[in-house]
Design a protein around this ligand. Structure first.
Ligand SMILES: [Zn+2]
Length: 323
């Protein structure tokens, strides 16, 4: 999160990405450690489980605070459970979020002892567990914002934040539909991988293109420095148009264009003779390397049936992965 406690789309996006990456690690290793990482990454959930969040109760016990009542409602003792579930702002947030998310019934949030949260999480299905954690984390943030008079304190702010975070998260997940490995096209199709490379500090940019057939054989490679380019999306757009132009000249037949730029993939609607697919950066490594080469050596080059040495191992890797 941003230091100010204010949320931005960027921080939501970054968190969503991190959550997603941890998620992937978790599912691939099939161990619970990934989930634990998410938990402690988001906000030290283990502390909540041990009732060790820096609440007044906790500080009072350690002699750091004279008063253990909640400063917001001035009623109950400020424990982790109180701050994240019972205190009026938290209760309001849970109620509001129940309108949007399939969260467990209120009765499931009763304080049953120090392991209340562990029990609650254990008997909730995995997707619901993540939502519970997000709301708990947001409730605690809101509680702190109110007591420390910092950051957004309104329930609606928090609802908006959580919803935008979830939609970002699902957008990030949608990007997963194409795997990470490069796959050869079907027969008669040419697969064109394109990528742009852009360095904001220097304005240097390049594009890289590689066209391969169903046997993984290189039809052509091309790389070009871009002299006037204002951002990464423009470099990617250039890579697409340059790649398509060359494909029309050099590889008759149907073309699949693969880019790791979401915006471009969405903007270009598939036509009869051309399919556009958004892929992960990992499966676009040859084009990516060529784009960087173009930026480094400031060239505009097209090679037929061949690829430069700097991508030989990447081409091989792509094909080994599909074998
Ligand atoms: Zn309270």
């Amino acid at each position: 999160m941003e230091k100010t406690g204010l949320f931005t789309v960027r921080s939501a996006y970054n968190l969503a990405l991190t959550l997603k990456n941890l998620d992937t690690q978790q599912s691939s290793s099939a161990s619970p450690s990934g989930e634990r990482k998410i938990w402690s990454l988001v906000w030290g959930g283990k502390k909540l489980c041990r009732d060790a969040l820096p609440t007044r109760r906790c500080k009072f016990r350690r002699g750091l605070q004279l008063e253990d009542r909640c400063p917001i409602c001035n009623g109950d003792v400020e424990t982790s459970h109180h701050a994240t579930v019972v205190c009026p702002p938290a209760r309001g947030l849970w109620e509001a979020m129940r309108q949007h998310w399939p969260l467990p019934d209120k009765s499931k949030f009763a304080y049953t002892g120090r392991d209340w949260l562990q029990l609650l999480l254990e008997c909730s299905p995995a997707p619901q567990r993540d939502l519970i954690k997000l709301v708990l984390w947001r409730a605690w943030t809101m509680h702190n914002n109110i007591t420390h008079q910092s950051g957004p304190t309104g329930i609606l702010d928090s609802v908006h934040f959580l919803l935008s975070m979830q939609s970002t998260l699902s957008e990030v997940h949608q990007g997963d539909t194409e795997g990470t490995a490069w796959t050869p096209p079907e027969e008669v199709w040419t697969k064109l991988n394109v990528d742009g490379s852009f360095v904001a500090q220097t304005g240097q940019a390049g594009v890289g293109v590689v066209a391969r057939n169903s046997q993984g054989k290189v039809i052509f490679t091309a790389w070009q420095e871009l002299t006037r380019c204002s951002d990464a999306a423009e470099a990617d757009a250039n890579a697409c148009t340059n790649g398509l132009r060359l494909a029309v000249q050099l590889s008759p037949g149907k073309v699949i264009l693969e880019t790791d730029c979401v915006r471009i993939a969405r903007a270009l609607q598939a036509e009869e003779e051309c399919r556009v697919v958004q892929v992960k950066r990992e499966s676009n490594s040859v084009a990516n390397e060529l784009a960087q080469l173009a930026r480094r050596i400031k060239q505009c080059v097209v090679w037929l049936d061949e690829a430069p040495a700097c991508v030989a191992h990447l081409l091989e890797n792509d094909f080994i992965d599909t074998a």
